[in-house]
Design a protein. Structure first.
Length: 94
């Protein structure tokens, strides 16, 4: 089944149109997610929902990464703190 690209959003999502044995079918595609709709209006609504969900998901992921990074930094700083004040007394033999 090959379709003709009908619409491409600014965020990279596409809507393609297919002629099937039972009529026209619209395929919504965003990355690896595909949704099939019977009309263009529904296809555009579904594409917008997918793009909004992706954006929301990305924002939550970035917040989680930032929080984990801050927690790791705190852990490393606390673990290294006892050794940092002795930094000047370290000698390298070589």
């Amino acid at each position: 089944m090959t379709g003709k690209a009908l619409f491409t959003s600014q965020r990279g999502g596409t809507i393609s149109i297919f002629q099937t044995m039972t009529g026209i079918l619209f395929q919504v595609n965003l990355e690896d997610i595909y949704i099939y709709c019977k009309d263009l209006v529904s296809a555009k609504i579904q594409l917008k929902k997918l793009e909004d969900l992706k954006r929301s998901s990305n924002q939550r992921t970035l917040r989680a990464i930032k929080k984990e990074r801050e927690a790791l930094r705190t852990l490393v700083e606390k673990s290294a703190a006892p050794y940092l004040h002795h930094e000047c007394s370290l000698r390298f033999i070589g």
